[in-house]
Design a protein around this ligand. Sequence first.
Ligand code: ZN
Length: 144
Amino acid sequence: MSRYLGDAWALPYLDPQIRPFFSSGVIRIQVCRSCDAPQHPPDDVCHACQGTEFSHRDSAGLGTVHSFIIVHHPVHPALTERVPYAVALITLDDMPQIRVCGNIVDAAPEAVSIGQPVRATFEEIHDAETGEDLTIPQWETLTG
Ligand SMILES: [Zn+2]
């Protein structure tokens, strides 16, 4: 399966904090064990209470477009054939304090709008360089 941004585009580097987000096949969000606050992107320290122990909570993967941009200029030669494409900031329905970034992969960029309902979909990729199996979150539009 060809990747949305092209097979030559960079894959994320997985540190221990972000690995669950890019490898679990669900929208997995870091949650502080001390104060139960979710945060994304994950960090070594809780932004609410400065706690340093975390677990994770899985979102149902439904959300709303909070904002988006349409990329027209390929910032890297690997993206030359991909532009234009939409990059959206998604508010999760079941964790409204959390926003995650991703591409809208099933609609023309000019069809994306703020407030649009979306659901997560995942690109399954084997990173030959690191040996990691990745599930890259992307988003597709919902009607109604
Ligand atoms: Zn906390």
